[in-house]
Design a binder for this molecule. Structure first.
Ligand SMILES: Nc1ncnc2c1ncn2[C@@H]1O[C@H](COP(=O)(O)OP(=O)(O)O)[C@@H](O)[C@H]1O
Ligand SMILES: [Mg+2]
Length: 143
């Protein structure tokens, strides 16, 4: 995933967000963690959907706000999609048994990852999303 890092992108439409998701998906390897940071509506779930599409996942992706994590196994790699908005800390993420998923052979995509940053590995791919200057544009900074 290294080649994706240190980029700042202007995503002019949802289609460009999809292209980024597909590009990320192509680069994913077992054990990779993607930390998504950005306010409500900046496109964290949308980007996750397109990463899932790129992995060949057939199921519909829906926000795991109430379950914290949903698992998808129909793609090239298992995907664990987290939304940790309702958690207070990284420790609470470990309390719900996330360690096996974070250390496993699947891929973790974590919405609101700043909340749990203290327990995420330093080599996670951090994607910061922000609103753009029109309804359909967003900024993405990949760290
Ligand atoms: N360029 C874009 N990238 C991502 N989403 C976009 C874009 N333009 C418009 N949208 C819309 O913004 C909304 C993002 O919502 P969502 O992905 O649920 O955000 P979050 O998970 O960050 O709260 C969706 O309704 C999506 O269709
Ligand atoms: Mg979301």
């Amino acid at each position: 995933m290294k080649h994706l890092q240190n980029r700042k992108l202007r995503l002019n439409s949802e289609e460009e967000t999809r292209a980024l998701g597909l590009e990320i998906a192509d680069a994913l390897e077992p054990g990779d963690i993607i930390a998504l940071i950005g306010d409500l509506g900046t496109g964290k779930t949308a980007l996750t959907k397109y990463i899932a599409e790129g992995l060949g996942i057939k199921e519909e992706i829906s926000s795991p706000t109430f379950t914290i994590v949903k698992e998808y196994r129909s793609g090239r790699l298992p995907l664990y999609h987290f939304d940790v908005y309702r958690l207070g800390s990284g420790e609470e993420l470990l309390d719900i048994g996330a360690e096996d998923m974070l250390d496993g052979d699947g891929v973790c995509v974590i919405e609101w990852a700043d909340i749990a940053a203290d327990v995420l590995p330093a080599d996670s791919l951090v994607v910061k999303l922000d609103y753009g200057d029109s309804d359909d544009s967003r900024f993405a900074e990949i760290l």
